[in-house]
Design a protein around this ligand. Structure first.
Ligand code: NAD
Ligand code: USQ
Length: 397
């Protein structure tokens, strides 16, 4: 299958691209390298040294991987080139990772809020519009987020895979049964863009019959996959800073360098998690099982387990001897929430979940120890506040 991987230089996109090439697919990586530029602006670098995209592709071929090509293209800004690319390449599928993905970065300032909305919503809409204009039948696999459902208001109910079945009372007293998109309740400007993406998908699927799979992914942890471990120059990125580092990788890295684990508030927040190896496998499964032409947008919950942040910190502390620091929470989020998620779609397609085990957590700690001298400790604290009041509290603390 010919596949365009939009955002294929990123943390999820790069291991996904090499996995698809390894499976014999014809892969074209498309990226505007904005993530690397944001690192320069934030004066921080991936904990793991990452090669340029050119070097990554050369080394991939050197180790016997099926060659991939790279196109430097901004999907949010360069619509005409996107249409041209689709017409030239005629892909059967596009995997869409190409968005600004950090909630704290999206809440940093008016500039980053507006950039996140412009980049993410425009990019997704350009892709949909370009597919219609190209006249091609392309399956889109989009990386969405578990955060579209919101946290804190489910009151023990299981979160379904995208849709709720509701009964609508009719004037004649009968009841009409309908499947509707689960209500959205985003917790950051970034998460809000993913809820807007959902509506764009719903509309273009209804109006133009575009085939779409939206993967509502949990927090990804881990670093390398079998393919990215084949040569050090294929190593995946590892974000640890207060804007882009995600919670479990941050805790493991903090433990590795002797930095007290940064729990926000009481640590009562429950979130969904998935290991990078399973994330890559899920994208492959979604590509291999496209929806039919008449089908609604297919929505999968791409997560394997849920954990409370405080309990995770305790687990990492028990494994490594690290200490825990309970900090004022820079985010506006529920102090505590439950999270029960239906993830049957991927299990039925054959996913065998990689769950949190000490071996895999130790692997991340080892990677972090190896590159500990590259860590800039001043970039660890989360300084992006959700509201002015929280910003003042952070400044006073
Ligand atoms: P990332 O920032 O590492 O990768 C995104 C890539 O997209 C980057 O290489 C960036 O340069 C590129 N990009 C951004 N805007 C672009 C544009 N306009 N045109 C072309 N390229 C562009 O992020 P990631 O962690 O790999 O996440 C990928 C996707 O998966 C995101 O959409 C994110 O919302 C979703 N996701 C990530 C996680 C996670 O824990 N990392 C969890 C759930 C969902
Ligand atoms: N947290 C801490 N300490 C930290 C960092 C985070 O306690 O040092 C807490 C946060 O307050 C939050 C939780 O951990 O309650 C998760 O934070 P996170 O930064 O790991 O994850 P989040 O901001 O939700 O975003 C990440 C990815 C995003 C993806 C999302 C999936 O960056 O792209 O969409 O996970 S989900 O969380 O399921 O919505």
């Amino acid at each position: 299958m010919k596949v365009l991987v939009l955002g294929g230089d990123g943390f999820c996109g790069w291991p996904c691209a090499v996995n698809l090439a390894d499976g014999g697919h014809d892969v074209v990586v498309v990226d505007n390298l904005s993530r690397r530029k944001i690192d320069i602006d934030l004066e921080v670098e991936s904990l793991t040294p990452i090669s340029s995209i050119g070097e990554r592709l050369r080394v991939w071929e050197e180790v016997g991987g099926k060659p991939m090509r790279f196109i430097n293209l901004d999907i949010a800004q360069d619509y005409d080139r996107l249409v041209e690319l689709l017409r030239q390449e005629q892909p059967q599928a596009v995997v869409h990772f190409a968005e600004q993905r950090a909630a704290p970065y999206s809440m940093k300032s008016s500039v980053t809020k507006r950039y996140t909305v412009d980049n993410n919503v425009n990019g997704t809409h350009n892709l949909l519009c370009a597919i219609v204009e190209s006249g091609l039948d392309v399956h889109i696999v989009h990386l969405g987020t578990m955060g579209v459902y919101g946290y804190g208001s489910h009151r023990g109910a299981t979160i379904p895979e995208g849709y709720l079945t509701v009964e609508v009372p009719q004037p004649d007293g009968s009841r009409f049964v309908e499947k509707i998109l689960h209500p959205s309740d985003p917790g950051s400007v970034y998460h809000m863009t993913k809820t807007l993406d959902q509506l764009l998908f719903h509309y273009y699927n209804k109006n133009d019959g575009i085939r779409i799979t939206d993967l509502h992914q949990g927090i990804v942890w881990g670093t390398n996959t079998e393919q990215t471990s084949r040569d050090p120059r294929l190593t995946n990125r590892f974000d640890y800073d207060g804007d882009y580092g995600t919670v479990l990788n941050r805790f493991l890295m903090q433990a590795a360098i002797g930095y007290p684990l940064t729990v926000h508030g009481t640590g009562g927040q429950t979130r969904a998690f998935i290991h990078i190896r399973d994330s890559v496998r899920c994208v492959q499964l979604a590509l291999e099982h496209p929806p039919s032409a008449a089908e609604k947008v297919k929505i999968f919950n791409q997560m394997t387990e849920s954990h409370q942040v405080g309990a995770l910190a305790e687990k990492v502390a028990a494994l490594t001897g690290a200490s825990i620091n309970y900090l004022p929470n820079p985010r506006k989020e529920a102090i505590e929430n439950d999270l029960i998620v239906d993830n049957r779609c991927f299990i039925e397609l054959g996913l065998e979940p990689t769950t949190l085990d000490n071996g895999l957590m130790n692997e991340v700690v080892d990677v972090a120890k190896r590159y500990a001298d590259r860590c800039n400790r001043s970039r660890i604290p989360c300084v992006s506040a959700w509201t002015q009041t929280q910003a003042q509290a952070l400044n006073q603390g």
